[in-house]
Structures are given as C-alpha cells and as structure tokens.
Design a binder for this molecule. Structure first.
Ligand SMILES: [Zn+2]
Length: 297
C-alpha cells in the first residue's frame, strides 16, 4: 500500500496546473511543481514512485489478465475486507477493489466486440464490458486516484491496475468495529425517506457523520459502489448486483439511456445509482455475502 505521506506529496503534484495534455495518447502528463518542501522532495525520491507511467492498454489483453487474476483464492477475502474498511474506517483505497473483482470474476472471457448504435459513435467501445479497444493511460495518476477514493465503476483498464496491487496486500482484516459501522450505515440508508434521491442520501450520510474518515469524494463513490453491489436497489432490476451474473454493457447502456430520457436535460445520470430512491431501500443479502467473504481466512 502506498504511504500516506507519499499520497500527500502526490496530491500537490497531480493537479491540473501541473499537467500537459498529450494529444496523441490522450493522457495528461504531470510535472513536479516548485512548491514541494525539501522533505517532500526527499520522500518522493526515496519512494521511487514513477510520476508518469504511461501505458497502452489493449482490450483483449486486459480481459485475459483480469480473468486470470480472479483465480487467486485470496482475492475475494481481500476485497471484502477492504470494502468494509472503506465504509467503516474511511480507507479510500478500499472502495474500488470489490467492484473490480466481481466485475472481472463474473464477466465472460471475450474478445473485443464493437458496440454499434445508430446515431452514436461508439465503435471503440466493447458491447460486452464497455471497455475501449485500445487506449493509453497514465497508470501512476490512475493509481493515485484510487488512493483518494475516486473510482472507475465500469469497463476500465484501471480495474487491472487496481487488482494487481491489492492482490499483494497482506493482513487486510476488517475489525469488529469496522464491521459494525458497515452494517449500521446500511441500516441508516434503509431508513431513507421514500422520496430521497442519491444526492440527498450523500448529504444525509455526511450530516449524520456515520462514515468515519470520509470526505465528499469518498462518500460519493462509496454510495455509487453500494448501488453496484446491489445493496442500494435500483428501479430497473430488482436483483441487480455486480456479485450476481454479469450484465453486459449494452444492457446497462439501455437502462442509463432510459434514465436520461426521464431526467432533466442537463442531469448527470449513471446506472445504477441514479435509479435508486429511498422507497427502494436496501438489500441486506448482499451485505451479508460481503461479511461472509470477509471472514474466510
Ligand atoms: Zn469487452
């Protein structure tokens, strides 16, 4: 796991004003600003952290590697504990892995299959997983994002970056306190007023201070991830969960498109979170499954 102090240094570097856009690769490249203290410079150097590891990701290769990594028998235990810690103790690096793991595990092994939709230019997107066929990424910045709780809940090559790192994490065990908070948060969400919308839920969680160590970014992504896990139900598929059999990108796209049609023109909609309302409540079965997977040693 990256050191907290290193993350603090990186947060001074990975800012828009320190970036240059590489138009060929469509990625941002970062330069170290002048405002780092001597101590921060030393820490950065001693860490050997490469600031711009820029790689080209190819769909078929990423999919193969993602399927391969889910064969690891410890991974489910690791991601379950990380997620409980994300909710129960504010471990921001713990939000994404549970999504990446179940997405990769339940997705079929497949080659790139272009998503062709009249009126939309999406030929570079796979209709099964939603991943681009080829694309460049700044792996270093993308990894940093995962440490500040910013997630990629969809077909992204970052899932592989994510799982490759967490599979090597040792002794990730959620404490009883963290487990209790996790369950308490789900109870609290379950008590939502009938017409509560996701943005109001996020505000309520903040006001009630029930997510220790969280900030606005991490609260947003915890809630989005809870919707992906099916703990927050959605109005399109009652039993939806990333832990259940895989739902292709094409289907999710249709649902999302339908939400768009029913929403105000400039609303930012995302499936499944945008299809949650207080009256739909929570599905505790999926929370139980995470608790069970977290136990297995
Ligand atoms: Zn695909």
């Amino acid at each position: 796991m990256l050191d907290k102090n290193l993350i603090n240094v990186l947060s001074k570097i990975y800012k828009y004003e320190n970036s240059k856009y590489d138009f060929d690769k469509k990625v941002k490249v970062y330069q170290t600003p002048n405002n780092l203290t001597e101590k921060q410079k030393e820490l950065l150097e001693a860490s050997n952290f490469e600031l711009n590891r820029i790689r080209e990701h190819n769909h078929d290769q990423v999919i193969k590697e993602l399927k391969g990594i889910t064969e690891n028998p410890d991974l489910e235990h690791i991601v379950s504990n990380l997620f409980i810690k994300a909710v129960g103790a504010g471990l921001k690096r713990g939000i994404q892995p549970i999504f990446s793991y179940y997405f990769a595990k339940n997705m079929p092994l497949h080659d790139f299959n272009p998503f062709i939709k009249k009126g939309y230019q999406m030929e570079n997107t796979c209709k099964i997983c939603g991943m681009k066929n080829r694309m460049w990424g700044n792996d270093s910045k993308n990894l940093y994002d995962l440490y500040i709780g910013y997630c990629r809940l969809g077909g992204y090559a970052e899932m592989l970056l994510d799982l490759k790192e967490v599979v090597a994490f040792e002794n990730v065990t959620a404490t009883n306190d963290e487990k209790n908070i996790f369950l308490k948060v789900i109870d609290l969400i379950g008590k939502a007023p009938k017409d509560e919308v996701p943005s109001q839920l996020i505000k309520r969680l903040s006001k009630e201070k029930c997510l220790p160590g969280s900030n606005n970014t991490s609260r947003i992504w915890v809630v989005k991830c809870l919707a992906e896990l099916g703990i927050l139900r959605n109005s399109y598929s009652n039993n939806y969960s990333i832990m259940n059999p895989f739902i292709p990108y094409e289907q999710k796209w249709e649902w999302e498109n339908d939400i768009h049609k029913k929403s105000p023109p400039r609303a930012d909609v995302e499936f499944p979170i945008s299809a949650w309302r207080g009256k739909l409540g929570v599905n505790r079965e999926f929370a139980k499954r995470i608790m069970t997977s977290a136990k297995i040693a």
